[in-house]
Write a protein that binds this ligand. Structure first.
Ligand code: TYM
Length: 332
């Protein structure tokens, strides 16, 4: 049976890349009748130091972001990772299945640890094994993510396959990454060669889910572009990363393909296109920031949703952990 799982880190502000690459796609898929679990991965967040008060606020704000983006806690299971202890328990088993060499090849590890890997946390190195556990503790079959998570999902399959092989079982499924749509890699508004990210020091490089209408419009007006008119065909976006990015964003926000957008706006200058994009972005994003603020006014309600989600989740995770321990040979 198909089951969807995905996670987002509660560290820093949610941005348009998280929205188009993940949240919006979760909301769009919600009514397809597939059981879905969405997770705030607080255990992943602490692989780099987080101020404790900020982590709490970010976790609740992320939960508000899920709901404001259209994920309904009555239809999908919303959880905070540390409240479902089987994630961390399975991760330990996977730490013993995964190989050091596999982890060392992860580009995210190399990027985040940088030149001083000796000083990185052990958790940062083991990060992908916890991610595999997040997914496989549900026997999830489909994982919708942005392009940047692809390598981690391949590793998840490797871990499942090695576990099954080492123990002679057919227990963990090989998960399918779902990387679809026009905006699986949203780029910085200041530099079309860089991914839009929470860690970019320039706030103008991204649209945050908490930005108000004025800020959203201003950031789009100031977004970097080239001097040419927009092409009518996708081929014409080749070697124009900033133009491509803005067209991708327009398509994803408006539920269109890039071809459809270019059929409408081909030939236009950015002076004409940008105000349209700003208007669209404000129409789609500003209500989310308003709704998030409303939800954040009632923390007790957010905590109740997460507690309920954890109870629902553990009905799935507890039996899978028990069976895993049995396969591995734990007495109990
Ligand atoms: P995180 O928190 O960095 O990002 C959350 C989701 O947003 C997507 N995303 C983007 N999509 C398009 N363009 C961008 N610029 C962009 N930036 C981020 C990410 O691809 C992701 O889908 N390791 C994960 C969290 C995680 C997870 C999991 C995901 C932990 N366990 C299990 C799936 C399944 C991460 O750090 O995502």
């Amino acid at each position: 049976t198909p089951r969807v799982f995905s996670g987002i880190q509660p560290s820093g502000d949610l941005h348009l890349g998280n929205y188009l690459g993940a949240l919006k796609r979760f909301a769009d898929a919600q009514d397809k009748g597939v059981q879905s679990i969405y997770c705030m991965v607080d255990l992943h967040a602490i692989t780099v130091w987080q101020d404790p008060a900020d982590l709490k606020r970010s976790t609740r704000e992320l939960c508000a972001g899920f709901i404001a983006s259209g994920i309904d806690p009555d239809k999908s299971i919303l959880i905070n990772q540390s409240q479902v202890p089987e994630h961390a328990q399975l991760a330990w088993v996977f730490n013993c299945v995964a190989r050091m060499g596999w982890m060392g090849r992860m580009t995210q590890w190399k990027d985040k640890a940088g030149k001083n890997a000796e000083a990185a946390s052990l958790g940062l190195f083991a990060y992908p094994a916890l991610m595999a556990a997040d997914i496989l503790i549900y026997h999830a079959t489909h994982v919708p993510v942005g392009e940047d998570q692809k390598q981690h999902l391949e590793l998840t399959r490797d871990i499942a396959a090695k576990f099954n092989h080492d123990y002679g079982v057919d227990f963990f499924p090989l998960t399918e990454p779902v990387i679809e749509g026009a905006a699986t890699r949203v780029m910085s508004l200041r530099d079309g060669s860089k991914k839009m990210s929470k860690s970019d020091p320039s706030d103008a490089s991204r649209i945050n889910l908490t930005d108000n209408a004025d800020t959203i419009a201003k950031k789009i007006r100031k977004a970097k572009t080239d001097a040419d008119a927009l092409p009518s065909e996708v081929d014409g976006l080749k070697d124009r990363p900033e133009a491509r990015n803005l067209v991708n964003i327009f398509a994803a926000l408006n539920d269109q393909t890039v071809e459809q957008v270019l059929a409408d706006v081909g030939g236009q200058q950015f002076g004409t296109f940008k105000p349209k994009l700003a208007e669209l972005a404000v129409a789609k994003m500003a209500p989310i920031s308003t709704r998030m603020a409303e939800l954040m006014a009632d923390e007790a309600e957010i905590d109740r949703i997460l507690a309920h989600g954890a109870t629902q989740a553990r009905e799935i995770t507890a039996p899978i952990l028990k069976k895993t321990y049995e396969i591995v040979g734990m007495v109990g």
